[in-house]
Design a protein around this ligand. Structure first.
Ligand code: GLN
Ligand code: ZN
Length: 756
């Protein structure tokens, strides 16, 4: 049985691509040097798959920033404002991804959004009315040739035409219909060119096929692919879907002229029944995504083999595949010296998943499971079970009452009480929590980790940073201060480290966007809080000022969504356990004099099912209560904030309001402000801080620009509910740009106060 990998991590085992790119951004290395690093990484990644015996290996799954942006650029979807900068190709690309501020001009980056239900973010391509889509790039061809010259015949991959058109923003009057012909010729061009170069397979990634699709979507898909595939030559085409099942288009796609169809058997709840009920054509190959590309637990071989055996029995030609790109898991377990093998044997990262693919395919091929030592070892793991239970936690969860989810008095009354107690000016200014994690901050942490400084020295440094940042915020006139989060490496790992039931890795980085990677901790067992986590830092920060300093916590939904979850208990149960732990922290902060507490839910939307019909029953009905459980015990005068890193919640506004926070801050500067209209329509009760500038880019917003944004916001939000803040935490930014930006922000708030 042959094996396939949908895509491979590209950042490098040691995040080489991240560091090289950042050096390039800072002007420390040349374009040539950056390209060299990239090429070396591609070769390493290719060889690792080849050596593991993978048969279908992707090329062009590499990206300097994001694969959707690569696809857009390949076919000339480049907005004028970026072209007009007159930069090199690579810098034009980066200007779209990161914005540009320099002697050639000043443009913001394109919007960035979460990639389906993952923590990966893609750049949203923009289609302008006069965008002329045509094949102008060569990246996919170059990387195919490069792999070939390294002795690997690959399947070049590109985001499919439907997913591309579904994820683009249409800035003018045109819609997808207006671009269909040009898109068809561009994709035909890609096929023709690859064919000419001798490619045997081409992979079109179409994750949008797993969403809810209506009649006109299905019609559109048919027209698109009938045309694109009509010009097929010798190269075969694999349509690769992932992140769910394709229930709305199963019939459609198996009847189109694809040579192979990739289906997700992990997240696709109906995949097995679709194949069973509708059958699978004998002249096509089924790429069965049975090895989880998103989680890090070992595959349960016997279960996977059961599915493979069934497919084989039906006479289907099967290739065993990862369920999606391995981009969403860390690179290799072998870098995890810190984790004992007692734990490690339950896990499998990208490199180890290659081994799983090979082993399972070989066992499936032979049909004689018992003769494989790898099979027996795997079965042992699952038969014995793991030691992960904490009886006290289980008991506490079972004793939760309905009233534990209700905060009293109701929000409108709390609002009055809080206005009086906190006595803030109109349009209060605040930030989202973190301040720049500058070299000295990281260095301090790393010295401490290496044991080169004592805990007291480590803490002293952070206290000094906190003191300075409190003084600085006071000096420029911010109203609700933060302590800067210097003691945190990451908003989830930091909490995980203080909770029982968590495991940590050293190098298990996963790309989040561009050069940003996160290191999700692993939920191993039942979760509980050993001791207060943030209280000392918050108490210290508050002792330095009369202004309120926000206590800063990460909420249970985000902690869960940004961890690798267990597969042996439900998400709901894990989330409730975490909620109880954070609830204890909230109450401790309050008891220690903290008047404003922010509970970040940056990832609330992330695990929202891709199909609307599942939203409440499979997610929101327990995620929102988990958040309420965290803060329902505080006094009326304690102000609860929450924060989200995006503004796409138009469709779940009632659920967001139902979190029952007093204030919510969210991303708004990269997107348009339609969200505010929707909030008004829904009578949104929570006070709001729509971010007035974009922190994902180094550019400094002017006072004027922020004032204009605030004026627009005032048209849509009542003055007594509007806060002024950046988009998100400032940890990834430099110090100078942060200071200038915040000074301008406070200035703009003052101007608006005069006007109001
Ligand atoms: N409080 C966090 C910070 O400021 C929030 C980060 C986030 O939303 N991603 O860093
Ligand atoms: Zn954020």
């Amino acid at each position: 049985m042959l094996t396939s990998v949908v895509g491979y991590p590209r950042i490098g085992a040691d995040r080489e691509l991240k560091f090289a790119s950042e050096k390039y951004f800072r002007g420390e290395i040349s374009e040539e040097e950056l390209l060299k690093v990239a090429k070396e990484l591609r070769t390493v990644h290719l060889n690792s798959q080849k050596d593991a015996g993978i048969d279908y290996i992707s090329s062009n799954d590499f990206s300097f920033y994001d694969c959707l942006l690569d696809t857009a650029v390949l076919i000339n979807i480049i907005p004028k404002r970026y072209k007009e900068l007159g930069l090199s190709d690579l810098d034009t690309y980066y200007s779209m991804a990161r914005g540009y501020q320099g002697d050639k001009g000043d443009v913001k980056a394109l919007a960035m959004k979460k990639w389906f239900n993952t923590n990966y973010h893609y750049i949203v391509p923009e289609l302008e009315d006069d965008t002329k889509i045509n094949l102008v790039g060569t990246k996919i061809f170059d990387e195919y040739e490069e792999a070939k010259s390294n002795g690997v015949e690959t399947k070049p991959v590109i985001i499919g035409a439907y997913t591309l058109l579904s994820l683009c923003r249409y800035t003018g009057a045109k819609n997808r219909e207006d671009y269909i012909n040009d898109v068809i010729s561009a994709y035909q061009g890609v096929i023709a060119e690859l064919d000419k170069r001798g490619a045997k397979w081409i992979q079109f990634d179409e994750p949008s096929f797993v969403r809810d699709l209506n009649e006109s979507d299905i019609e559109f898909i048919k027209r698109l692919y009938q045309a694109i595939l009509s010009e097929k030559g010798n190269a075969k085409v694999l349509v690769q879907t992932y992140f769910g099942d394709v229930r709305d288009v199963y019939d459609t796609i198996v009847n189109l002229d694809f040579d192979a169809v990739g289906l997700d058997f992990i997240e696709g709840k109906q995949t097995v029944s679709l194949v069973e009920n509708y059958g699978f054509p004998k002249d096509k190959i089924l790429f069965a995504g049975l090895v989880n590309g998103k989680n890090i637990w070992k595959n349960h071989y016997s279960k996977t083999l059961d599915v493979l055996d069934k497919l084989k029995a039906e006479g289907i030609e099967v290739v065993l595949s990862s369920s999606c790109s391995l981009l969403h898991v860390p690179y290799t377990l072998s870098a995890e010296g810190k984790l004992s093998s007692e734990y490690k044997r339950y896990f499998s990262f990208a490199v180890e998943k290659l081994v799983e693919l090979r082993e399972i395919a070989d066992i499936a091929e032979s049909g004689d499971r018992a003769s494989f030592a790898s099979y027996k070892a795997n079965e042992d793991l699952f038969v014995k079970g793991r030691d992960s239970e904490n009886k006290e936690v289980k008991k506490r969860v079972s004793e939760i009452k309905g009233s534990d989810y209700e905060r009293l008095p109701k929000r409108s009354e709390r609002e009055k009480i809080q206005k009086e107690k906190l006595n803030l000016p109109a349009f209060p200014t605040t930030t989202i929590g973190s301040f720049p994690q500058t070299k000295d901050v990281k260095n301090n942490r790393s010295l401490f980790r290496k044991g080169e400084i004592s805990e007291e020295q480590y803490n002293e440094f952070n206290r000094d940073k906190i003191k300075r940042v409190i003084e600085w915020q006071e000096s420029i006139g911010i109203d609700v201060l933060v302590h800067g989060e210097y003691e945190r490496n990451d908003m989830v790992e930091y909490f995980g480290e203080s909770l029982d039931g968590y495991l940590f890795t050293k190098k298990a980085w996963v790309q989040s966007y561009g050069t940003r990677c996160v290191k999700p901790p692993i939920i191993w067992g039942d979760v509980s809080r050993k001791k207060p986590i943030t209280v000392e830092w918050s108490k210290y920060a508050q002792s330095l000022t009369d202004k309120p300093v926000k206590g800063m916590l990460t909420g249970p939904v985000t902690i869960l969504n940004w961890s690798f979850p267990r597969e042996d208990i439900s998400i709901k149960e894990s989330m409730t356990q975490i909620a109880l732990a954070i609830r204890d922290e909230v109450l401790d902060l309050e008891a220690n004099g903290i008047k404003v507490i922010q509970i970040d839910e940056a990832a609330l939307r992330e695990k929202l099912p891709l199909r609307k019909s599942d939203w409440y029953s499979e997610y929101l009905d327990f995620a929102i209560p988990a958040f309420r459980l965290v803060h329902s015990g505080v006094k009326a005068e304690t102000q609860i904030h929450t924060h989200m890193c995006y503004s796409e919640f138009t469709d779940i506004i009632p659920a967001i309001d139902n979190m029952d926070a007093d204030v919510i801050t969210f991303e708004a500067s990269r997107s348009n402000l339609e969200i505010l209209d929707s909030l008004k329509e829904c009578n949104f009760e929570t006070e709001v801080g729509p971010g007035v500038y974009d922190i994902h880019s180094p550019r400094v917003p002017s006072v004027e620009e922020i004032t204009v944004a605030l004026k627009k916001m005032r048209e849509k939000v009542n003055d007594d509910k509007l806060w002024v803040n950046p988009d998100c935490g400032l940890k990834t930014r430099g110090e100078a740009e942060t200071k200038s930006s915040l000074i301008n922000l406070v200035e703009a708030a003052k101007l608006i106060r005069k006007e109001a």
